[in-house]
Every structure is written in C-alpha cells, then in structure tokens.
Design a protein. Structure first.
Length: 350
C-alpha cells in the first residue's frame, strides 16, 4: 500500500506539474503577444502624431526646433526616446536618454525610407530589450528622412517572469492540496476497506469467525468481494469436512464427502463423464417484470441427483420449460449451475 501511495503521489505531482506548466506557458505567450501588440499600436499612433510635426520642422530647416520636438515627446511611459535622420541616414536630432544606446542608424530606419512605409521590430541591445518603430518622412511626396521611435520592453520580460513565478506558486499549492485530498480518498475508500477485508480473512483463516459472518463492505471491489466470500465458504466447508473426517477416522468410521464421491465416480467410470437426461431441468429461469427469477422445481429427481452432479462436474440434459431459459444459455444452449456457484454444465433442449 505504501508503494501504491508513493507511485500515486509521484504520478499526481508529475501529471499536475506538466499540465500546469503547459497552461502557464500558453498564458505567458498570450500575455506576451498582447503586451507586444499594445506596444506596437502605441508606437504607430505616436509615430503618426510626431511625424507630421517633424515634417513641418524639416521644411523650415530648423535644427533647434527638431531637438526641442524630440525632447518634448520623449517623456512617455516606457519610451526611451525619438531620433530623426535625413535621407542619407545622418542623425539630425535625438533624445538625450536615447543617444548612448543608438550608436548608428538603425536598420529599421533605412528599411522604412527604402520601402516608404512603417517598419517595427523587437531587438536587443546589450542588456536592454527595445522596440524600434521607424517611419519615413516626406517632403512634397518624396522621402526626405526617417523617424525612429524607441520603447523599452524590459517591462514585458519582467511581466513574463512574474507570471511564471505566480504559476509555479500556484502549481505548488495545487499539488499539495490535490495530493492531500487523494491520499485521504485512498485511505478512506481503498486502504481502509482492504485492511478490514484482510482482518476478516485472517480471522476466518484462524477459525475465530464463521464464513456466515458478513464480510466488510467493499463497494469498490464487489466482484472481488464475491469471489472472496465464495472462497471463504469453500475453505470453511473443507475445514469442517476435514474435522469430521478426522473424528470419524478416530472412531474407525468413514463419511462420504463431495470430494470422495467425485473420486469414487471417476474411478468407477474410468475417467468418463456423468450425464443425466431428464424432462425436468434442475433450475427454471422465469421473467418477472424486469427481473429474472431462478427457482428449483419440486422434484425428487432434482433433489437426489443435482448434488451428485455438482460434486462430480457432471452434465444435465433437460427440457427448458422456463420462459427466460433461452436468455441465460450460451450459443450451444448451455449454462453452468448452480447460479450462486456455477459448476455443472447444463444443456437444455427447447
């Protein structure tokens, strides 16, 4: 039972962890996509807002005005800064906080001016994760420069790490409570009934109780419980027969038992089988509503020969008079009897 509990615990821990990690991984990816999509959308909106003002300043040729413009728009959430380039990729203005990071013209700016549309990408510069969104700048419908909007995306990475930490904590809590509940269920529903059944069988084996004493309830193992009860009754009968035989031998007498009868008939028939052919079947199956009833006909023949065939594993061939007999036989019109402990092959004729 300890080995079973250990295997069950390990299986639960591995299963819950794998499933939870799978869902957590999906949640982290989904959250990362949402945050990135939101950042890209904000970068595009900001680019369109700044781009018009930058194009006006480029037309006036005011270098100082460009620098004031980028500084004014630079103070935004998660925004590292803004940089403006001419059509040759030469830096015209840049936010002071961004200047140490961008040592050269980003490839996104060159691509945006070359393809004449906005270009955005997530890149990593040293220890910083950034997002660059570049827009072409126009003068009389001609590309006259480029605008780079740079956001710091370290907060997305930090949010992903926080989600993983929360997921691991949630996994630990789930594993603890699920394992605890499972162990309680195993103890109450499996280990307890099995232990009571083992005590009952031990007491029966040692002769402290009778097989007639009801076995502890084993709803979860009803087929097993039925076989155990049948085996206990057989053991009890064998013990009683052995005790009676010992007493009779002590008294110089003998007693016929089912085992002795079977051996005697096998010896007399030289290994042959015992058959009984009769118009009366030993058990009648009748339908009573939705239930099936089994009755023994009032016949001296059945009373006399049924125990003999049971002991010798004989075959009874008879006419099936019950309205439900055909429901219980196999494809060869046979079934084993008695119903509570099938032993005799019984062939029925319609």
């Amino acid at each position: 039972m300890r080995l079973l509990s250990a295997r069950l615990i390990v299986s639960l821990i591995v299963g819950i962890t794998l499933v939870s990690l799978g869902f957590s991984y999906y949640e982290v990816l989904r959250e990362k996509r949402v945050l990135r999509s939101d950042l890209e959308r904000r970068a595009e909106v900001l680019g369109e807002s700044v781009g018009g003002n930058v194009e006006k300043s480029l037309e006036s040729g005011s270098q100082r005005g460009l620098q004031k413009l980028v500084q004014r728009f630079g103070n935004r959430e998660h925004l590292l800064g803004i940089a403006i380039y001419d059509h040759d990729g030469k830096l015209l203005a840049i936010t002071a906080e961004l200047q140490p990071i961008l040592n050269s013209t980003p490839s996104e700016v060159s691509q945006a001016m070359r393809e004449n549309h906005g270009v955005g990408s997530f890149v990593r510069l040293g220890d910083d994760r950034i997002h660059i969104f570049a827009l072409p700048l126009h003068r009389q419908d001609e590309v006259n420069g480029g605008l780079a909007i740079v956001h710091n995306v370290n907060y997305i990475h930090a949010q992903n790490l926080r989600t993983w930490r929360e997921a691991f904590l949630s996994i630990l809590i789930q594993v603890f409570f699920i394992v605890l509940i499972t162990l309680l269920i195993v103890r109450w529903s499996i280990a307890g009934p099995i232990a009571r059944a083992a005590q009952w069988m031990r007491a029966l084996r040692m002769g402290r109780i009778s097989s007639r004493q009801q076995m502890p309830d084993l709803d979860l193992f009803k087929p097993l419980a039925w076989e155990v009860v049948t085996m206990a009754e057989s053991l009890s009968q064998a013990r009683n027969a052995a005790e009676n035989e010992a007493r009779l031998r002590e008294a110089g007498e003998s007693m016929w038992t089912a085992d002795r009868l079977a051996v005697q008939i096998q010896t007399r028939l030289h290994g042959g089988r015992l058959f009984v052919v009769s118009n009366r079947e030993p058990y009648i199956h009748q339908r009573n509503g939705k239930s099936l009833e089994v009755t023994v006909p009032p016949s001296g023949l059945v009373t006399a020969l049924e125990p003999v065939l049971t002991a010798c594993d004989g075959t009874w061939i008879a006419h099936g008079s019950g309205d439900a007999d055909m429901e219980v036989v196999d494809g060869h019109d046979r079934l084993r009897v008695p119903p509570e402990n099938p032993a005799i092959p019984c062939g029925e004729c319609g």
